[in-house]
Design a binder for this molecule. Sequence first.
Ligand code: ATP
Ligand code: ATP
Ligand code: MG
Ligand code: MG
Length: 288
Amino acid sequence: MANSQYEYVKQFEQPDRLLPNTWIVIRIDGRGFTKFASKYGFEKPNDRRALELMNAAARAVMSELPDITIAYGVSDEYSFVFHKSCSLFDRRSSKLVSTIVSTFTAYYVHFWPSHFPNTPLSPPLPSFDGRAVCYPTVQNLQDYMSWRQVDCHINNLYNTTFWALIQQGGMDATEAEKKLKGTLAADKNEILFSQFGINYNNEPEMYKKGSVVFRDYEPVDPGTHNATAEVDNMARPVQQSKTQAENDKKKRAKAPIVVEHISIINRDFWDRRPWLLSNKPGKIPKEP
Ligand code: ATP
Ligand code: ATP
Ligand code: MG
Ligand code: MG
């Protein structure tokens, strides 16, 4: 194609590549969801419908983007992890972030009516911001995930106690905040139990642990593989033949994408699912 006199404008596009050979985490977060939640009457502290809608949108994102190995969601946020061998070609920050944000938002709106059948959306419509962060090692990545899950726990214990004081204890927000100021986890557990008969341990796992989304293959025995060391020692994406890459793609497409509310802080979670780190598809689980 002939160059036009306008072609020079292309030089203005600046590179925005994320560091090669690192795990890319894209975290999205609902914009102004405090207001959004009250507009649509989300139940406090946890609206199950809203969380399940977030999870449905995250699953849809993962099934469209096979380079995502795991995702973790809590409240109005979701973190999506691209495997470190995700190709150089795709490692443009703005491109990845915008793809995730738009795909997620589109599905959030698409699935809204099946989770909130009696409350149609009206402007301002839900929207999300997004950012990309690179993590060099498996430990860094696992610590990132642990950070989010611990944040979920801390916030949920606080919110559960805060709203019990209001909804069952008859306090207003200022009084509840004052009561909780400076309290430790044990104090909140005690308030919940002695004043409201709530055993925090019996709260729903989705509220306590958040939601983990991943492809489900047959779990393996921990100690039968060395996925962490192998992937940490990788210097560049594994060169695959075209047939091998296509086979992997087919296996990934066949694997069910599950949403579970379990500890990802526990090493066992990773050790039983080496494919999360190795990116090699596992065995498809047998039909129960
Ligand atoms: P920002 O635009 O800066 O993110 P925000 O209002 O979205 O502002 P966040 O810190 O992201 O602030 O907090 C999310 C808000 O959405 C919280 O107030 C939280 O209670 C509410 N929220 C999100 N999901 C739910 C849910 N499933 N049930 C009840 N409330 C929810
Ligand atoms: P931004 O306006 O840049 O989006 P933010 O306040 O939403 O900033 P994030 O960088 O998105 O913060 O942080 C993600 C989450 O980390 C927050 O929703 C919050 O739960 C937690 N967090 C961040 N800073 C703190 C802090 N100083 N103390 C406790 N939790 C924090
Ligand atoms: Mg938000
Ligand atoms: Mg948030």
